[in-house]
Every structure is written in C-alpha cells, then in structure tokens.
Write a protein that binds this ligand. Structure first.
Ligand code: NAD
Length: 495
C-alpha cells in the first residue's frame, strides 16, 4: 500500500458524455489505487450544458474552479447537432491560452495491431493560431475566405516548447513541417523561427520538411521520426495519421499546455454507439492522466500506472475494441479492465518512497523574451478587393486604371491569386472576386521588385471614395507594407 504524504493536488475533472462517465470512473479508480494524491473538483461542461442554453457548452462556474486547480482532466463530450454550438475544445484552448497540443504515440505491437512496431512519435501542434483563428467571411456570392494568422510570438513559443520537450524527455530529433515553399509569409515565418531557435539546442538534431512529403514519409516510415513540431491544421491531421498507423486511436491521450493551465484528454470522442454498455476502453483517458501525472510532477506514479497497463495488455486482458482471438486471453468490460490494471500495479514504491513530486517530465517552458529591434513599417500600396459580376478582366482593369491617378496607379488585378490584368491568359477562370493592387504612381513597374515610394493612407482613402462614387463594390482592402524595406506581401501568380 502506498503511503500518502500531505502534498495533495487539486485537479478539475469533467466527466463527459456518452462513454465519458464510464471511462472516467475506471481511470480515477486506477489513479486512486496507485496513490496519486489528487483532490478531484467536478466541473460541468458538455451536452447538457449546451442544451441548457450555454452556447460554449461550459458552465460559467467552471472557469473559476478550473483556474484554481490549474489542471483539467476531461472526458470526451458530445457536441449537439445543429447550428450555434461552439466547439468546447476550441473555447477551452483559446480562453485558457493552451498554446501547445502534445500527443505522444507509441506502437503496442503485437497487442495492438500495426505495421510499425517501432513507432514512437510525439506531435507538438501549435494550438491557438493558423486557420483555427476562426475568422471566416463570405465576401461575394461565389467566394468565402478563412484567415490564416501566424504570429512570431506564437511560433517562438511552440518551437521552443518542442525543443524543451525533446530535451527533457531524452528525445534526439525535432522535425518541423510546413508548406513554406507556397505560403512564404505565414508558413515561412514558422520555418524561419524554427531555423533561428534550433541552434540553441545543439544536443538535438533538427530538420525541416515540406508538409506533403513529410506526411507521406511519416505514414510509411514513422520510425524515422521522433518529435514533430508544426502549425495547428497540419498538426491536427498529422497527429491523427500517427495514431491511426499505430493502431491506437482508442488508446492515445493528449495534453494541452499553457503557461498557467493544462488540460488532458483522450483523443477519441464520446462513442455514443457503445455508451452505457460498459465495454468502452478506458486506455485513452488513462494515458491522458499519465501525461497529467507527469505534468504535475508525479512521474514515478505515472510510470507505475503505465507499467501496470502494459502488463495488463501483455496478459491478454483486452477490451472489445482491441480484442484479437489469436493473442487475447479474455475480453473484458471497462471496469474489469481497470481492476486488472490495479491488480498489476507494481508493488515497489517509487524511488523516493513516496508520491512526492520527483523530477517532472513536463518542460518548464521558458517563453523567449522578445528583444527584437523595432522595424520601419512603411505603407507602399493597397490591395482593393472588388465584387464584380463581369467576366472580362480588361473591362475592370481599364476602368480602374482611369480612376487610379494621379498619386496611385493600378499595378495588376488577380482573380483567385492569378494575374488576369494586364496581360492575363484567356484560359484563366474568373470568379466575382477581384483583387486590384494599387501602388504609388511613382513606382517603376518595369522592375519585378520595384522600389516602392512611400504612400499616405489618405491617398488610399481618396481612391476608395472614387471607387464608391463610380459604383465599384469594395469588399475589403489590405494595406501593403514594407518592413525595413523588405516586402511584407506576396506577389500575385504571374505578377
Ligand atoms: P468517436 O471517437 O466517439 O467514435 C468513433 C468510433 O470509435 C466509434 O465506433 C466508437 O464506438 C469507437 N470508440 C471511440 N472511443 C472508444 C473507446 N474508448 N473504446 C471503444 N471504442 C471506442 O467519434 P465520433 O463517433 O465521430 O464522435 C462522437 C461524439 O464525440 C461527437 O459528438 C463528437 O463531436 C464528439 N467528440 C468529442 C471529442 C472530445 O471531446 N475531445 C473528440 C472527438 C469527438
């Protein structure tokens, strides 16, 4: 029997929907039997809270309870079907500043069938930015947009976190994946920050891969990867690819880490199809709680539980989802599985004979201080987006050329990013969404990269007035800036 010390930690717990309460019960039983010194504080979130009229699915009282505890163990939740319900996970991540999503995945061959018995990969995914900023607009009848926002502090935090994680967990390599060859400013910034920070960790190998070939390699030779760091959307996809090829979608847990708060959960959903039958596998939530124990500093307890879990798997005691007649010994339900894990908890006490925090495996993140020099930001032009139902680019181009002078001139028009005026190709398909680039009339447009003379915002406003007076429907504008003389905007395809 483990001796408890006085040092106890509060953890907020959300019991979830569907199979949530069953797997949470099993998980807590195991943690309690292992002597994890946790005081659980229940918080309400999920389906019933949504249906009671809270569009975020989180009871307003939960916030203070969670903040006080600093840690949340969360069972899967059901998002009700229909409009108007916001993703609870996205709300938690953004509201609590959970910038890193960490998903370690290991193969458990032969107990869990996989082609890659040596797979052992950690995906560190940026969790707050990118296309998940959720800024979307319909701009014309035919065109909708989603803003991809990448910030330098966001990149610095996640890249630093990935290297710290690698170092603290004895990992050898960090691979960064982006599409910086196409999105030169957004993904380019992520890749650039990775290149800047990597030399601070000479003990860890670093490499950058373009996301498409990187994903293909990961899916076919995962044993060549160790820690992967990437942006939000790619990370979302990659972490599912890794779990799938490890055969462990039902087994994996993930950590969502912020400066002040951390949330742990299984990666699967609430499995309404098997809810209430007592057959769900609690391993995903158990793995989440193992990550949580490490985060709290109870690394030895975490290891004991993991060992007992492995021993249960090795003894052929399997839930229905991983049952294989050739190697399984018995098919058990959720609570029986938990009892089998408890029966296999190593009797040996943790090294220091107590459950006091040993060395923690969770990185103490040093967020870099931003000491960059202030840059000279200069307005050099404006992209005006116009809703126009015509089809011939020459008509809109020539009309706008006439309106542009004397301080501004039309440099080009693109449609879906492809230059259609001047000198577009007749084959290019055009929608009702025209991006019209205006720059200073003094710019020498015979140059591919002209030296753009400075512009004043008033000049751009004057242009807007003229466009309005001539019935051109401006959907939005984007100012064009240089930073320390370097172009801060992409060129059009063919510009
Ligand atoms: P799901 O992960 O709940 O289920 C997919 C399949 O896997 C089902 O056949 C299910 O029975 C099985 N499965 C999942 N977990 C299992 C377990 N522990 N043991 C045995 N079998 C398991 O995905 P879904 O059906 O697409 O989603 C159901 C609900 O869960 C939806 O409302 C969705 O919004 C929600 N969801 C929540 C989270 C979360 O809270 N983090 C994540 C994903 C989905």
């Amino acid at each position: 029997m483990i001796q408890l010390t006085n040092l106890r930690t509060k953890v907020a717990v959300a019991h979830g929907d569907g199979i949530g309460p069953e797997i949470m019960l099993a998980t807590r039983k195991i943690l309690e039997a292992a002597g994890a010194p946790i005081d659980w504080v229940s918080v309400e979130m999920g389906e019933q809270v949504y249906l009671s009229g809270q569009s975020a699915g989180i009871d307003p009282n939960a916030w203070n309870l969670m903040r006080e505890a600093g840690v949340l163990l969360k069972a899967p939740m059901t998002t009700p079907l229909g409009e108007g319900y916001k993703s609870l996970n996205v709300t938690l991540r953004k509201s609590l500043g959970l910038f890193a999503n960490v998903r370690p995945t290991q193969a458990y061959h032969p107990y869990v069938s996989t082609h890659f018995p040596n797979l052992d990969v950690v995906v560190v995914r940026e969790n707050e930015e990118d296309l998940y900023a959720g800024i979307e607009h319909q701009q014309t009848e035919d065109v909708v947009q989603c803003l991809k926002l990448i910030t330098r502090p966001g990149c610095e935090k996640i890249v630093k976190y990935a290297f710290e994680y690698a170092r603290l967990n004895g990992r050898k390599k960090v691979t960064c994946m982006t599409k910086s060859n196409i999105m030169k400013l957004t993904d380019g910034l992520f890749a650039k920050v990775f290149k800047e920070i990597a030399p601070e960790y000479p003990d860890i190998q670093s490499e950058h891969m373009i996301i498409d070939i990187g994903t293909a390699r990961l899916a076919t030779e995962p044993e060549n990867f160790d820690v992967i760091v990437t942006t939000n959307l790619y990370g979302d996809i990659l972490s599912d690819v890794v779990s799938q090829i490890a055969g462990s979608v039902g087994l994996a847990g993930s950590a969502n880490i912020g400066q002040e708060f951390a949330m742990f959960e299984a990666i699967h959903g609430s499995a309404p199809d098997i809810a209430g039958q007592g057959i769900a596998n609690p391993s995903g939530l158990l793995h989440a709680s193992i990550l949580m124990l490490r985060h709290l500093g109870f690394a030895a307890t975490a290891e004991r539980i993991h060992e007992a879990w492995l021993a249960t798997l090795e003894a052929g005691i399997h839930t229905a989802d991983i049952y294989q007649p050739e190697i399984s010994q018995s098919k058990v339900g959720t609570q029986e599985f938990a009892e089998a894990v408890i029966a296999r908890l190593p009797r040996v006490l943790p090294q220091n004979g107590s459950n006091q925090p040993t060395n923690t495996n969770s990185p103490k993140i040093e967020v870099p201080t931003y000491t960059r020099q202030k840059q000279q930001k200069t307005l050099v032009g404006v992209d005006v987006f116009i809703d126009w139902k015509g089809t011939d680019p020459k008509i809109i181009g020539q009309a706008l050329q006439l309106l542009a002078g004397p301080r501004l001139k039309l440099k080009m028009i693109t449609n879906r990013g492809v230059k259609v005026f001047p000198n577009g190709l007749p084959e290019t398909f055009c929608t009702d969404h025209w991006r019209c680039r205006f720059v200073s009339a003094e710019a020498d447009l015979s140059q591919k990269e002209p030296d753009y003379p400075i512009l004043h915002y008033g000049e751009s406003l004057e242009l807007m007035h003229k466009l309005y007076a001539h019935n051109w429907e401006v959907i939005k504008t984007e100012n064009l800036y240089t930073f320390d003389g370097k172009r801060g905007f992409s060129l059009g395809q063919g510009e």
